[in-house]
Design a protein around this ligand. Structure first.
Ligand code: ZN
Length: 667
């Protein structure tokens, strides 16, 4: 039997609308599940819904329907979103399943029989919204420390789990298992939390207050506290969702992915419950960060909640998956903005991967009637072996290392994959196949170059497959490869040159149509994919060469092509004042400028450093291209371009008198 791999997301509270946070965790879990399936492991990926508790009960009452009916109308929204995001989960659990109830009752009875659950009076401050008690010292000015709503003092009998008894055992476990809580900063937080005495955990609610839950097997006047119920899903799901009961097969979980707000619940409550049940703890609990939107907290009242479904409808699921995992290190907080999303689509996806595929397939079509040639060993150069070595180590060394569940570095993985994309594009620029094609003496060298370009893309198919489940097969089809990415394709290492002989390429649609940022609807918010496929429809970003399709090679061609006034109007030129300037270390050419655009400040990296020092340009009024896709130069983000005269070397900045205020349109 192959090795097993069990990955979970938290079960999401059914009363929420699915938002970017839900999508983020679920996409992250999906990438791991796909990666391990590719390696032939027996994967179980579980997600689902938490459907009990007072909030559901109240919402249903307001709607005049039964709680179960209320859940039944909301659950499909989550399922539909997972389908839209190409999530390939193996199980979808709902805590209202009768079989889940049975497992929760059994676990409770076990703990009760072991005298690890007892009944006691409890007086505390209760927050209805969070459905939990707070102690006197937690509550400030009568308000919940978590949500800030007023709390009420309640006194009631309840059942308690003897969590305190496991404090030392848990501390020892965390100390002895560095991978148990990740990332490191979160592990330290939990250790800090465990410095204070751990209290026992209330695991019941009287039915007089909350009836929508799982009844305690040993007292019919109580239901189970939602957290106990919800956490138990990680075990109950294994009992009845796989084709056959699989707790032995999949437990302990390889990794629970959770948001940082519910880390304690998992690393302390769940861990001690498992200890009490004498079950092994999950190998890793990985806590990720939160998303803000344009620097602000996401909230309904601000109206800035990102609807993943709308993002996918507009930009595609693979671009969305890519952006979320590329933009921010997993474990840290991140900020979502349409500008950076569109920047990634146009830069990394369209100009990077899309362009590499498009030019390679076009060149093979044009030069070799579409049949991928074999390399001629006598004409292999260092450029070729560099590409081969980079692709091989990416797939078989770098990716496995970054995707280990105790590190999970999605952004580094994608950075490494896109390093190969860039190398591939540079390879085509340097080898210039369109030049080789002009001379019959170069026939073998041309074969070798085209083979290496195609082979790089074949490796990239495997690399992007876990992240972009629809892009990988689309690439494979264009490369003439028949690959089923749900199979264990990486169970054995992929070797350079072991693809099918004489694959025939088939040019298809561009993988990622560029998003035309210049097109704004009257409502001011629309960024439409441009109609032109792989051809840049708006100015190419300052840092990356458009690459050029084989048809337009060499890339400098086409300078004399006429444009319409409409083309020119796509370029938004604006007056800007340089308010800060500094040199970029290790670059004699680049200056990092901060410019005032009237209603906003921008950072622009300008290649004017040979001619100007920072002190020369400070305070100058210049003209900038304001709607350029952001790009990185020497690792520094540039959000525009400063106009200057000079073909190769800069001769003079285009400057204006101070009469024109920053932000003024130049036309
Ligand atoms: Zn609260």
């Amino acid at each position: 039997m192959s090795e097993s791999f069990y990955v979970t997301t938290p079960i999401y509270y059914v009363n929420d609308v699915p938002h970017i946070g839900h999508a983020y965790t679920t996409i992250a879990a999906d990438v791991l599940a796909r990666w391990h399936r590719l390696h032939g492991r027996d994967v179980f990926f579980l997600t689902g819904l938490d459907e009990h508790g007072q909030k559901v009960q109240r919402a249903a009452a307001r709607a005049g329907i039964a709680p179960r009916e209320h859940c039944d109308t909301l659950a499909p929204k989550f399922r539909a979103l997972w389908k839209q995001l190409a999530i390939a989960n193996d199980g979808f659990i709902r805590t209202t399943d009768a079989r889940h109830h049975a497992v929760v009752k059994r676990l409770l009875q076990t703990l009760y029989d072991r005298q690890l659950i007892y009944r006691a009076d409890y007086t505390g401050w209760y927050c209805t919204f969070d459905e939990r008690f707070w102690t006197e010292k937690d509550v400030q000015e009568g308000r919940c420390p978590d949500c800030g709503r007023p709390v009420e003092q309640l006194s009631e009998h309840n059942y308690f789990f003897r969590m305190s008894r496991f404090q030392q055992q848990l501390r020892d476990h965390i100390a002895g298992h560095p991978a148990f809580i990740r990332p490191e900063s979160r592990r330290n937080e939990v250790m800090g939390f465990l410095q204070k005495p751990l209290e026992d955990l209330s695991i019941s609610r009287p039915k007089s207050r909350v009836s929508w839950g799982i009844e305690l097997p040993f007292d019919h006047d109580y239901v189970t506290y939602v957290w106990f119920d919800a956490l138990a899903n990680y075990l109950s799901g294994l009992e009845y969702l796989p084709a056959r009961p699989s707790v032995d097969r999949f437990w302990p979980a390889a990794v629970h992915l959770v948001g940082k707000d519910i880390l304690t619940t998992h690393a302390v409550y769940w861990a001690t419950i498992l200890m009490a049940l004498e079950l092994p703890l999950p190998r890793t609990i990985f806590a990720h960060g939160w998303w803000t939107v344009n620097g602000e907290k996401m909230s309904k009242s601000r109206g800035n909640v990102i609807d993943p479904s709308a993002m996918v409808a507009q930009f595609g699921e693979d671009a969305f998956r890519y952006f979320l995992l590329r933009e921010v290190p997993f474990g840290q907080d991140g900020d979502f903005s349409r500008e950076s999303f569109v920047g990634r689509i146009n830069g990394d996806l369209a100009n990077g991967l899309g362009n590499l595929l498009s030019r390679t397939v076009t060149l093979i079509g044009r030069c070799r009637n579409g049949v991928v040639p074999r390399a001629d060993s006598a004409s292999v150069t260092a450029l070729d072996t560099e590409l081969r070595d980079a692709a091989t180590s990416l797939l078989h060394t770098t990716m496995p290392r970054h995707l280990q569940t105790d590190r999970i570095k999605y952004h580094r993985t994608l950075e490494a994959i896109w390093g190969l994309v860039q190398l591939g594009n540079q390879y085509i620029d340097k080898t210039a196949p369109w030049v080789l094609a002009k001379d019959a003496a170069n026939v073998k060298r041309l074969d070798t170059v085209l083979f290496h370009a195609a082979e790089t893309l074949r490796f990239l198919c495997f690399a992007v497959a876990p992240f972009m489940p629809n892009t990988a097969p689309a690439m494979a089809r264009q490369l003439g490869l028949s690959l089923d990415f749900s199979q264990a394709l990486l169970q054995h290492p992929i070797a350079w040159g072991d693809g099918p002989p004489a694959a025939t390429v088939a040019k298809g649609d561009s993988l990622f149509p560029r998003i035309n940022v210049a097109t704004r609807s009257p409502h001011g918010d629309s960024m439409e994919p441009s109609a032109a496929s792989s051809q840049p429809a708006s100015p190419a970003p300052a840092s990356s060469k458009p690459g050029g399709d084989a048809s337009s090679a060499p890339a400098s061609g086409g300078n004399d092509r006429r444009i319409t006034i409409g083309d020119f109007q796509k370029v938004r030129l604006k007056v800007a004042k340089i308010i800060a300037a500094e040199r970029i270390p290790k670059s004699e050419k680049l200056l990092k400028l901060q410019v005032d655009l009237g209603d906003e400040h921008r950072q622009i990296v300008a290649g004017i450093g040979k001619q100007y020092g920072p002190e020369d340009v400070l305070g100058k009024t210049v003209v900038v291209v304001a709607n350029l896709t952001p790009a990185k130069l020497m690792g520094v983000e540039s959000q525009g371009m400063v106009l200057a005269a000079g073909a190769d070397d800069v001769i003079s900045l285009v400057t204006l008198s101070d009469d024109a205020p920053p932000g003024t349109t130049v036309k």
